[in-house]
Ligand binder design. Structure first.
Ligand code: FMN
Length: 160
């Protein structure tokens, strides 16, 4: 089964999880990048959360990938205001998921990504995709090793 992992990551946690998935499933790994990278600081929370809350997109570099080449597509995002990050919204808004099997995943500072999963599921389905699973990894105060271990555990059921 050919898998694609597309992700956005501001502070590296989602990137780490995406890398674990790509390695475990021998998947193609593609990063979504904003044309103007965000500067870390207190403002990033306010500005980012507001945009996420409003389901806004942000300007991203072109993501050159043909979804039809893959049997399933993992889409990774940090949880922002209980929603996907704007860069991930942009990728979804500009992509046709007709007939595609999609597995969204989140990293989160909290413990619950139910709302974020419901939100991204609605967006993927609106674009014709079928959500075939999801998972979320808690990253708060977690070492890279802990995140990697959690990601390996979460991905087990998708290994075949
Ligand atoms: C703008 C912003 C909003 C956030 N909102 C939430 C939230 O609503 N719930 C949550 O659990 N974590 C929230 N977080 C924490 C991130 O989801 C968490 O640190 C994530 O693992 C970061 O992933 P990254 O390193 O790939 O960017 C927020 C972080 C930022 C920067």
């Amino acid at each position: 089964m050919k898998s694609l992992v597309v992700y956005y990551s501001l502070t590296g946690k989602t990137k780490l999880v995406a890398q674990v998935i790509a390695e475990a499933l021998n998947a193609t790994l593609v990063e979504i990048q904003e044309t103007k990278p965000r500067r870390l600081g207190p403002l990033v929370y306010v500005v980012g959360s507001f945009a996420a809350l409003m389901n806004k997109g942000s300007k991203i570099n072109p993501v050159n990938v043909n979804l039809k080449e893959y049997d399933r597509i993992f889409i990774g995002s940090p949880t922002w205001a209980s929603r996907p990050a704007p860069a991930v919204n942009s990728f979804i808004y500009q992509t046709n998921f007709e007939g595609r099997s999609v597995i969204p995943f989140f990293t989160m500072g909290g413990e619950d990504a139910t709302k974020a999963v419901a939100n991204i599921t609605a967006k993927i389905e609106k674009s014709g995709g079928k959500v075939a699973g999801s998972f979320a990894i808690a990253s708060y105060k977690a070492s890279d090793e802990e995140i990697i271990a959690r990601a390996k555990e979460a991905i087990k059921k998708y290994s075949s």
